[in-house]
Design a protein around this ligand. Structure first.
Ligand SMILES: [Mn+2]
Length: 658
């Protein structure tokens, strides 16, 4: 524009100069009469000069204005829209950054783009259209133009803030349940129950108050929790410490109450969250309780905690959930191997036969390890008596034979025990990839295997009861012969001491179901009868019994070997005597060990006492074994432990009075 103006000005000057020359000639020829044309020329020159000048100024002013105005406007627009622009060269070195960066104190011109902003790699390579990055407390969305080495940065901090506000504010529905609460409190008197309540409920409500969780008690042991994602991430961050607090508080009260929690997230419908949370709590408890199950809608369930052993109150829902899970696992397996504890008893073989029947109904090959690992005496007699019938129905094998049948996709089911060391199939278990556990013993030690399915129900009388309950939920084609049912009923009868201990309504339900399958209670009586030899052994053992304070009877048996079964039967017999609260039978057993069989009618916790001698078991039935040693020494040690036990009980009582 400027150039054109100069050219134009030059042309006008030349025209004016030629005109001036012509007028000079005219003046010389015409004299004074040419005066008018001089005036005209002067006016013309002045006018054109003025016009030129004015036009030039106008164009200069005008063009500069557009440029500047546009520049200013776009700059304002980019600043207003919080958009930054960045240029880079072929070597990805930043060559220019727009005002937005300058204003925010970011200057990386001359630096390598990808060193400063590794997130831009995908943009440059074209594998993504936009990226989100955080620079100095602000969020930006970056996009790239298709045709040039330019990146656009859009400030999306506000959007991100709203997003996180929305995320943090989303509802999370939780449930908390005190596992074992009913079992631990149902026989206690009011004062003890209220002490337990204070001990285990307070930590939970405190925890909820601290974190701002709305908590409502639904029943004696179950709570509904309402919270949001922000609170939930705080709970995750402290690893659900409340589980430890509750467990320890319960231990102080000598009850095995633990806390299970479930949290459902990521759905906008409360109905959906509610359905999720109930299922999750069931899962947490079915895995043994004392843990947290968390699920975000559409994702897998996550578990946290689970450091101790606990069982929960039983529910029909749980039986159904367990039955369906077990059925799925069996159907997905190539074959099934069932193992029991060493020195298998009626409950063990009975539940194994039940499990074998389940497997057959689902058309899978199955065997039971029973030819090795030992069989309890009376059971052994029954099995050899009915061997023909039994072998037609089930496949009893040795551990090595089972090992040959073990494949990658084999399911190994442990019944009536949950510890590798107690198992008659420990070699199989060590190699097995899929393990399921069905047991009624309170979890006392580490399991030693990683089960895919864990159904430990300390509230049940026996493994036979658990299996019987599962049957109708698995298939209606399961066939139990009268012999199978009778063996299972015998298992239940022994484990409940003739339906006296650990016997709930569901024990009778299961017994009734077995009766329908043809179980014969008369036959059970026959199976469990002592031989004369056993009767003699028992009577001899009984004669050595000594009664101590607090209703404790100790029966040391010297100079003879007593089977474990006879030891516990001897103890059971003594428990029927008035005033006897707990019985400890000490004897050398048929396993080259010295053992104690402990039985209680519930007032004295023999589990605690046996645990102090490195044994274990239930509150009412426990035991310990160690390599053969002196019976006198064991008795002396037991007396010391008992003294401690009653000493502590006394001091605990005086504590509660204060
Ligand atoms: Mn059992």
């Amino acid at each position: 524009m400027q150039k054109k103006m100069t050219e134009f000005r030059r042309t006008v000057l030349i025209v004016l100069a030629v005109q001036a020359g012509l007028i000079a000639l005219f003046w010389a020829a015409m004299g004074k009469t040419a005066f008018v044309s001089v005036l005209v020329f002067a006016a013309e020159a002045i006018l054109s000069w003025y016009l030129l000048d004015h036009f030039e100024n106008f164009t200069v002013e005008h063009s500069a204005g557009v440029g500047e105005m546009l520049d200013l406007a776009s700059k304002d627009a980019f600043m207003f829209g919080q958009v930054g622009i960045l240029f880079y060269d072929d070597e990805h070195i930043i060559t220019w950054m727009s005002d937005l960066f300058k204003e925010r104190g970011i200057n990386r011109v001359g630096r390598k783009l990808l060193v400063w902003l590794p997130e831009a790699e995908d943009l440059i390579s074209g594998s993504s259209d936009s990226e989100r990055v955080r620079l100095d407390d602000r969020w930006y969305e970056i996009t790239r133009t298709d045709d040039g080495p330019i990146l656009y940065f859009r400030d999306i901090t506000d959007r991100e803030e709203y997003r996180s506000l929305y995320q943090n504010g989303r509802a999370v529905i939780g449930m908390a349940s005190l596992d074992n609460y009913e079992e631990s409190t149902q026989y206690e008197d009011e004062a003890v129950v209220s002490a337990i309540n204070v001990a285990v409920r307070t930590p939970l409500t405190e925890y909820c108050r601290e974190h701002g969780i709305l908590v409502k008690r639904v029943n004696n042991y179950r709570y509904l929790l309402v919270l949001n994602e922000k609170i939930f991430s705080a709970l995750m961050a402290d690893h659900f410490q409340v589980l430890n607090t509750v467990r320890k508080a319960a231990q102080k009260q000598e009850v095995s109450i633990t806390l299970s929690m479930a949290f459902a997230r990521g759905a906008d419908s409360y109905e959906e969250l509610d359905e999720m949370v109930i299922k999750l709590l069931d899962l947490a408890q079915s895995r043994g309780g004392d843990q947290v199950a968390v699920q975000t809608a559409g994702e897998d369930v996550q578990y946290f905690g689970g450091s101790s052993e606990a069982t929960e109150k039983r529910s029909r829902v749980r039986v159904r959930v367990m039955a369906h899970t077990l059925r799925e696992m069996i159907m997905r397996s190539s074959n099934v191997i069932i193992c029991g504890h060493r020195n298998a008893d009626f409950d063990c073989i009975g539940s194994a036969i039940g499990a074998a029947r389940i497997t057959e109904a689902l058309h899978k090959q199955c065997c039971i390890i029973a030819k090795t690992g030992g069989i309890e005496e009376k059971l052994g007699a029954v099995m050899s008596e009915n061997l023909e019938e039994l072998t037609q129905e089930v496949n009893f094998v040795t551990e090595n034979e089972a090992l040959n049948q073990l494949q990658d996709n084999t399911l190994v089911i442990m019944v009536d025990h949950h510890n590798l060391k107690q198992s008659n199939g420990s070699k199989v278990l060590e190699k097995a990839k899929k393990i399921a556990i069905i047991d009624h013993h309170r979890r006392s030690t580490e399991i030693g295997v990683k089960p895919m399915f864990l159904y430990i129900e300390a509230g049940a009388s026996s493994a036979c009861e658990l299996i019987t309950e599962l049957l109708p939920y698995i298939s209606n084609r399961i066939e139990l012969s009268p012999l199978d049912a009778t063996i299972m009923l015998a298992g239940m009868t022994i484990d409940t001491r003739n339906f006296r201990v650990r016997t709930g309504t569901r024990t009778f339900d299961a017994a009734s179901a077995l009766r329908r399958y043809g179980a014969d209670p008369m036959m059970v009586g026959e199976y469990l009868k002592d031989t004369y030899e056993q009767f003699e052994q028992k009577t001899n053992a009984l004669s050595g019994s000594q009664i101590y304070e607090n209703g404790v009877v100790i029966t040391p048996v010297k100079g003879t070997i007593l089977s474990r079964a006879l030891m516990s039967q001897t103890a059971d017999t003594l428990l029927q005597v008035q005033g006897v609260e707990a019985v400890f039978v000490i004897a050398d057993d048929d396993d080259n060990e010295t053992a104690i069989s402990a039985r209680s009618n519930g007032k004295i916790n023999v589990q605690v006492i046996m645990e102090r001698m490195n044994g274990g078991g239930h509150m009412t039935a426990a035991a310990m074994q160690r390599p053969r040693c002196s019976i006198d020494d064991v008795q002396k040690e037991l007396l010391d432990v008992l003294e401690d036990y009653f000493g502590e009980a006394e001091s605990n009582e005086s504590n509660t009075e204060n």
